[in-house]
Design a protein around this ligand. Structure first.
Ligand SMILES: Cc1ncc(COP(=O)(O)O)c(C=O)c1O
Length: 429
């Protein structure tokens, strides 16, 4: 690829990036920018990206669906800001930094996503709980969800069943047809249905649910749609404002390449007064007076934030989100999907392998899952992890007995061949 094209992809020439303090990390004169300038083909490009990560060259990491790895610039951002903070200890966090971080993250949610619609939270699980606790669920209400959700959603749902007698109605995802999922949800809707709460991309098989269509269905029936996006922003282009979702949560530590214990909650302005914050404190308000019994909450999703923040961690999240944007979501999605498809194709040629990911290509993602007939998934994963380790994740959810491989910016084509060869070896045993 030509140098100019590279720089355009990186947004380094176009000035298209919001150049706050975070973006400066990736300037043309940064080591990262300089290295990229020198690359002149696609393999070089991804090799340079790989060099930004500190794990050993022969460690094949295919579990971004669990935890993403941090680029060294992100690690440095966290460490330097923590050092700076401790040189002049003071309470509170910088409002300007906070806005800058949200601006940078908002870009991964689509061009129309506004800073006021995002709350910085500790993880996707926290966001799921904020939503379930804040919509005024009562006994007899029904929530529709899939059997392929992460424990981060199933456990809070079951807790509402336990505490509030809310009924949880499940469907098994249709792996043959995206439209089949709309039908399955549609058939479960009753006059007691309050909410549909599902993943954007499932953690089990990487299935992309047709969120826009499900959003239209929910809207037409007056039902809330909440989406667990832990596996989406940072791995694919999304435009959350166009999806007809009421709430959307994601982790910062997976595809956005941010530190652990960071996450994002999206609440469109129209839903602010409906979703009641149930844990509040300093920063949730724009004014209060105990002598007058008055409290005014922030007129933004900041009302869901509270208490002392770990600012260096979130500066790291902003730096991770900027790293993703510097490469470009379109380019990342194409890269990740190319590797995932090569893996899918390869798996389909190995005897004894059963692919668990969807049949329809456009509803597959950067995650592909499979199982080997009559073998325990844990044994397959342990075999892959031996020696020059390939890290994957076992899928126990819904009794799938599967193995999941995730593909992100640090993965390269030769790694797909390596894992396929190892799976072929195992399946011969
Ligand atoms: C779909 C899904 N939702 C939620 C989570 C939990 O995320 P967090 O640790 O940010 O709460 C995960 C983690 O793997 C996930 O895959």
């Amino acid at each position: 690829m030509k140098r100019t094209k590279f720089l355009q992809n990186l947004g380094l020439l176009s000035g298209s990036l919001a150049l706050g303090p975070i973006a400066k990390l990736y300037g043309v004169d940064s080591p990262f920018g300089l290295a990229l300038k020198q690359s002149d083909n696609d393999d070089d490009f991804w090799r340079i990206i790989r060099e930004q990560f500190v794990f050993p060259d022969d460690y094949i990491y295919m579990n971004t669906g669990g935890i993403g790895a941090l680029p060294s610039l992100v690690i440095n951002k966290v460490v330097t800001s923590m050092n700076e903070q401790e040189r002049f200890p003071r309470p509170g966090h910088s409002h300007d930094n906070w806005i800058d971080i949200k601006k940078t993250c908002a870009a991964l949610f689509g061009t129309e996503c506004k800073v006021e619609e995002l709350a910085l939270i500790s993880c996707a699980t926290e966001g799921i709980n904020i939503i379930l606790n804040g919509i005024g669920l009562k006994a007899g209400d029904e929530i529709i969800t899939s059997t392929h959700e992460h424990p981060a959603l199933h456990i809070p749902l079951l807790n509402h069943h336990r505490l509030n007698k809310v009924n949880i109605i499940t469907f098994d995802p249709d792996m043959h047809s995206a439209a089949g999922n709309i039908d399955r949800i549609s058939r479960l809707i009753t006059n007691k249905t309050r909410m549909i709460f599902i993943s954007h991309v499932t953690c089990t098989t990487g299935q992309v649910f047709p969120i826009k269509e499900i959003g239209e269905l929910a809207k037409s029936k007056g039902i809330i749609l909440a989406v667990d996006g832990a596996q989406a922003p940072g791995s694919m282009e999304i435009n959350v404002n166009n999806l007809d979702v009421d709430y959307y949560v994601c982790s910062g530590h997976k595809w956005m390449l941010g530190p652990k214990r960071t996450g994002i909650l999206y609440v469109p302005s129209k839903n602010l007064d409906f979703l009641q914050p149930t844990t509040v404190g300093a920063y949730s308000d724009s004014g209060y007076d105990i002598s007058k019994m008055s409290l005014t909450l922030q007129d933004s999703a900041q009302r869901y934030e509270f208490g002392t923040q770990n600012e260096p961690l979130f500066l790291g999240l902003g730096a991770g989100a900027q790293f993703v944007q510097t490469i470009g979501l379109k380019k990342i999605q194409a890269h990740n999907r190319e590797l995932a498809e090569a893996f899918y194709e390869g798996l389909s040629g190995i005897k004894g392998v059963e692919i668990l990911s969807p049949e329809e290509k456009e509803y597959r993602s950067s995650i592909i899952s499979f199982r080997i007939k009559s073998q325990k998934a844990q044994d397959v994963a342990s075999f892959l992890g031996k020696g020059k380790a390939i890290r994957v994740r076992v899928v126990t959810e819904a009794g799938l007995n599967g193995v999941r491989a995730s593909f992100h910016v640090y993965n390269q084509r030769f790694e797909v061949d390596k894992i396929l060869n190892k799976i072929a070896d195992f399946s011969k045993q």
